[in-house]
Design a protein around this ligand. Structure first.
Ligand code: TXA
Ligand code: MG
Length: 311
């Protein structure tokens, strides 16, 4: 049985995590499936619940920058990014600190660790109360659509996890932007909830593409991911007769990512619309063109992967 917890049950959620259990919780991006990152058995349960390939490393969530510094080392660029954008939808992949108690399984043996300080108050409160770094991938079976509500989590992982903390819909709606600062410059590993343009303006330099071989088969970087069961057709200006149309901006009545063409609203709605179409067994979905700037880059990245041929 999976318990549905409310914000009043935060201490119980923290107790479950400290005892090695799995608790899904809301961040501002999507719901994460949390486990104590210092407990290898708890992390193994995440992989089992998600049917996730073992070689995919997890993001470790901490309540503040000081806690992050117990687990990773930061150069000047990394520190400046963390100070500017944490808490928020930014993940930094950094060298692991020797004394970190994070289990090797969380980073699947890599010398680096992905860390993030989420902005959602409920998530930070949970992290403070748990008092441990919390590993949390998105709370969905591997390869499927990410969850932005507690109901999405229960629909796909109900019975496989101990609890879900219901904090209402995630406000950003797409996963965090993942950066890897290095002495050569900062690589963009995954576009996400913090626009690349904003980061480039802060760094006063262009982000680099992912280094070759940096993230072998990372799930969010696999060609097919975030996929509903129906087939997706992108950049569609109108639906064909057997298609459900998912609009953006002015257009036909019906489901839309944002009737006014607002990219933040579209990011927040993206996975919920795909979840709804999935639950309704829509066999073919046509999606309107989305401008490839700001949050639109993260939206298009997720849509391309959702539309990619399945393995
Ligand atoms: O917004 C988010 O980031 C959400 C919420 C729950 O925080 N989490 C999330 O986790 O999207 P997940 O597991 O679905 O995606 C984590 C990504 C993967 O693409 C993974 O490969 C990459 O982070 N990653 C983790 N550790 C890494 C490392 N050491 N080097 C390179 N990539 C890493
Ligand atoms: Mg994911």
């Amino acid at each position: 049985m999976t318990a549905r917890l409310t914000p009043d049950d935060l201490d119980r959620a923290a107790d479950i995590l400290r005892a090695g259990g799995l608790v899904a919780f809301p961040t501002e991006t999507v719901y994460g499936l949390g486990a104590d990152a210092t407990d290898a058995r708890a992390i193994a349960r995440i992989f089992a619940a998600k049917d996730r390939p073992r070689f995919n490393p997890l993001i470790v969530h901490v309540p503040d920058l000081d806690t992050a510094l117990a687990h990773v080392t930061m150069d000047a660029a990394a520190l400046s990014l963390a100070r500017a954008f944490w808490p928020g939808p930014l993940t930094l992949v950094l060298p692991r600190r020797a004394g970190s108690r994070v289990a090797d399984l969380a980073a699947t043996g890599l010398p680096t660790l992905a860390v993030r300080v989420p902005a959602a108050p409920l998530a930070r409160d949970l992290l403070f109360r748990t008092g441990r770094p919390v590993a949390a991938p998105s709370a969905n079976p591997s390869g499927q659509v990410s969850p932005t509500t507690a109901d999405h989590v229960l629909r796909s992982l109900g019975g496989r996890i101990d609890a879900v903390l219901d904090g209402g819909p995630a406000t950003v709606g797409v996963e965090s932007t993942i950066l890897m600062p290095t002495p050569r410059g900062t690589h963009l590993l995954r576009p996400g909830g913090l626009p690349a343009e904003t980061l480039e303006a802060h760094l006063a330099t262009a982000l680099l593409p992912p280094p070759a071989g940096s993230a072998p088969n990372a799930p969010g970087q696999q060609a097919s991911h975030y996929a509903p069961r129906g087939r997706l057709r992108l950049n569609a200006t109108a639906p064909e007769p057997d298609e459900v149309y998912l609009g953006f901006g002015p257009g036909p009545a019906g489901p839309t990512l944002s009737a006014t063409g607002d990219l933040a609203e579209a990011a927040a709605a993206l996975f919920a619309r795909l979840q709804t179409l999935d639950a309704a067994d829509a066999p073919r979905i046509a999606v309107a063109p989305i401008p490839d700037k700001g949050l639109g880059r993260a939206i298009n990245d997720r849509l391309r992967r959702a539309a990619a041929p399945r393995p």
